[in-house]
Design a protein around this ligand. Structure first.
Ligand code: SF4
Ligand code: SF4
Length: 96
């Protein structure tokens, strides 16, 4: 199954620091800043690069401060492919 990688963008000036998104993130991707935004709130930051794009954080945010983007992780290219053969065959690995 292809894995999904997620990425979140946080509008830090909209965030009011309620921390709902932090509690609802199953990956513990999010945390709170040490700094304050212009409204005087600690704001959400990404603390780990492990977002799966589940969208929990965006769904619970009362101020719609989070956008979630998803991309499908590419499968690793195979180094050898062997098809069913009835005669002698040559296997080529990585072009050699
Ligand atoms: S999309 Fe899901 S995994 Fe990613 S930060 Fe939000 S709650 Fe966490
Ligand atoms: S749920 Fe929204 S307002 Fe609350 S801390 Fe997270 S981003 Fe900020």
């Amino acid at each position: 199954m292809a894995k999904i990688k997620g990425e979140v963008k946080i509008a830090i000036e909209v965030c009011k620091g309620c921390e709902l998104c932090v509690y609802e993130c199953p990956q513990e991707t999010l945390g709170m800043s040490e700094e304050l935004n212009q409204r005087g709130y600690h704001y959400t930051i990404v603390v780990q690069d492990n977002c799966t794009g589940c969208t929990n954080c965006a769904l619970v945010c009362p101020d719609a401060a989070i956008m979630v983007y998803r991309e499908r992780r590419k499968k690793k290219p195979s180094i050898a492919e062997v098809y069913r053969e009835t005669e002698d065959m040559t296997v080529t690995i990585d072009g050699r």
